[in-house]
Ligand binder design. Structure first.
Ligand code: NAG
Length: 268
């Protein structure tokens, strides 16, 4: 009995905290307007926080809610950010690029640096909020002041959407996700330059005349479930947020395997 009533009290306290809001942290702020690809170059205000190791890439496993892995490596190089809802856009914002900078505190350099949306945060603390990898947060500091800037924990920053640019040899890659089989294809799209984010993925199987649309699954992953086994090679067509399309025949070979990265010749 004693244990049960303690439990009830605990539930009541948690509910009161959730409903009360005021006692658990800053007031809730509704998210801002979605940031679209037709960037007008205007700087907007946001809150910046950071997560993970101070000089790390964010999540302990170097992954995140976009489904990318090894965001500590090129081309992201630990410059990842969790966007709140108008930036992450339920995963459709994955891969988009932003310039960020700060003027205060004094450790801020005021010089813009580029971050990539690789993860999500839906904390209602500001209209726009970037929860940055420790490395990316520190990159807004003057040289040598990275650690001191991170000590501030939460700061005001400015941001603007920019086109994504990658080294010339970085082409769009498709990762066939773990657990895929001929009746279930899930493709993670990464390293799209330009708008950076993808709003449509269509595939054409061997011998088919028409492309078929994949459904957005989560993060940067698009999927198809079909009773009829999918035959390779598979051609792919992708559409960027701004409406540009690219396609390539037979990107994914016959005899494709799960948990494998297939590089295309495509780039926006
Ligand atoms: C913002 O983008 C998401 C993902 O595309 C969408 O679900 C949502 O409706 C958009 N919100 C607005 C206000 O346009």
């Amino acid at each position: 009995m004693a244990a049960a009533s303690t439990h009830l009290v605990a539930v009541a306290v948690v509910l009161a905290a959730l409903v009360g809001g005021a006692w658990c942290g800053p007031p809730k702020v509704p998210p801002g307007k979605n940031i679209s690809a037709d960037c007008d170059g205007k700087w907007l205000e946001a809150k910046a926080t950071w997560y993970g190791k101070p000089t790390g890439a964010g999540p302990d496993d170097n992954g995140g809610a976009c489904g990318y892995k090894e965001v500590n490596k090129a081309p992201f190089n630990s410059m990842g950010a969790c966007g709140n809802s108008p930036i992450f856009k339920d995963g459709l914002g994955c891969g988009s690029c932003y310039e960020i900078k700060c003027d205060k505190p004094a450790e801020c350099s005021g010089e813009p640096v580029i971050v990539y949306i690789t993860d999500m945060n839906y904390e209602p603390i500001a209209a726009y909020h970037f929860d940055l990898a420790g490395t990316a947060f520190g990159a807004m500091a003057k040289k040598g002041e990275e650690e001191n800037l991170r000590k501030a924990g939460i700061i005001d920053m400015q941001f603007r959407r920019v086109k994504c640019k990658y080294p010339a040899d970085t082409k769009i890659a498709f990762h066939v996700e773990k657990g895929c089989n001929p009746n279930y294809l899930a493709l993670l799209v990464k390293y799209a330059a330009g708008d950076g984010d993808i709003v449509g993925v269509d595939i054409k199987e061997k011998g088919a005349k028409e492309y078929q649309s994949l459904k957005h699954s989560w993060g940067a992953i698009w999927r198809m479930d079909t009773p009829k086994p999918i035959k390779g090679p598979i051609s792919i067509r992708i559409t960027s947020e701004g409406g540009k399309t690219l396609e390539q025949e037979d990107v994914i070979p016959e005899g494709w395997k799960p948990d494998t990265l297939y590089r295309s010749k495509l780039q926006f």
